[in-house]
Design a protein around this ligand. Structure first.
Ligand SMILES: C[S@@+](CC[C@H](N)C(=O)[O-])C[C@H]1O[C@@H](n2cnc3c(N)ncnc32)[C@H](O)[C@@H]1O
Length: 245
């Protein structure tokens, strides 16, 4: 039987999808607070950096995949403006409904929300100028299928931005980073969200995610003509930018 990783465990693809859904059902209520606490607010800078690379102009069409509570989607909506379109998608209703509430609270009305799996996006070929996925690809069961699906919906000269945890490039960071990930994160998750296990999964899933070069190769395999990446925080996070000609 085919198996895939769920953190450090090997499980069937169906079980991974179900358990990822359980993780985000469980963490949705405390997701934004936990992001700020876990990263010391750095996730805001990483997302701002990603948004600066979209190349979007007013009137264009943008898709955010695995939008969750909508940080990136809100930025895309501002970039394309009221003459454009931003579409926010996620497989998880709990997460996306929080995103929808936040965008409405911010007065961002020219936005569509859709429950969708990144592996099989329900949009026509070549429908978006930019597609983004932030801290989502790691959780997708079939990453190659998701990359191919995001590639398919991009217009010529469109960009895919993947913001994701990656491999620290500074060896001296590793012991402190490991200690933080495997001790502090589950402890914080336990006291703030009452769910240490989901935050242990977070640390494990980061370690199992492809490194910078491997992910760039996956972009090529999915049909991107170019892929470059930017390391952020010494490679703890990387932004991959794929371009189709
Ligand atoms: C860590 S959150 C990231 C949310 C948001 N993009 C951010 O940066 O704050 C990961 C999101 O990926 C979503 N997700 C997981 N698997 C997915 C899939 N196959 N298709 C679409 N979304 C998925 C989860 O439901 C969750 O909302």
């Amino acid at each position: 039987m085919k198996t895939v990783d769920f953190g450090y465990e090997r499980v069937s693809p169906a079980e991974k999808t179900a358990r990822v859904r359980d993780v985000f059902d469980s963490v949705a209520g405390d997701y934004d607070l936990m992001n700020d606490l876990m990263s010391g607010g750095l996730h805001r800078l990483w997302k701002r950096f990603a948004l600066a690379q979209t190349g979007l102009r007013p009137g264009q069409r943008a898709l955010d995949v695995a939008s969750g509570t909508g940080d990136i989607g809100a930025g895309l909506a501002r970039q394309v403006g009221s003459s454009g379109l931003a579409v926010l998608t996620d497989i998880n209703h709990e997460m996306l409904s929080r995103g929808r509430d936040r965008l409405i609270d911010h007065g961002l009305a020219q936005v569509q929300f859709l429950i969708a799996n990144a592996e099989c996006l329900p949009f026509a070929d070549r429908s978006f100028d930019c597609v983004t996925i932030a801290f989502g690809l790691r959780n997708v069961t079939d990453k190659a299928a998701a990359l191919a699906s995001m590639r398919r919906v991009l217009r010529p000269a469109g960009r895919l931005l993947v913001l994701e945890f990656s491999k620290p490039t500074l060896g001296m960071l590793k012991p402190a980073y490991d200690a933080y990930s495997f001790n502090v994160l589950p402890w914080l998750g336990g006291i703030i969200a009452g769910d240490a296990a989901s935050y242990r999964y977070l640390a494990e899933s980061i370690r199992m995610h492809p490194d910078q070069q491997t992910l760039a190769t996956m972009f090529r395999d999915a049909g991107f003509d170019e892929c470059r990446w930017h390391n952020l925080a010494g490679g703890i996070v990387a932004l991959h930018v794929g371009v189709v000609h």
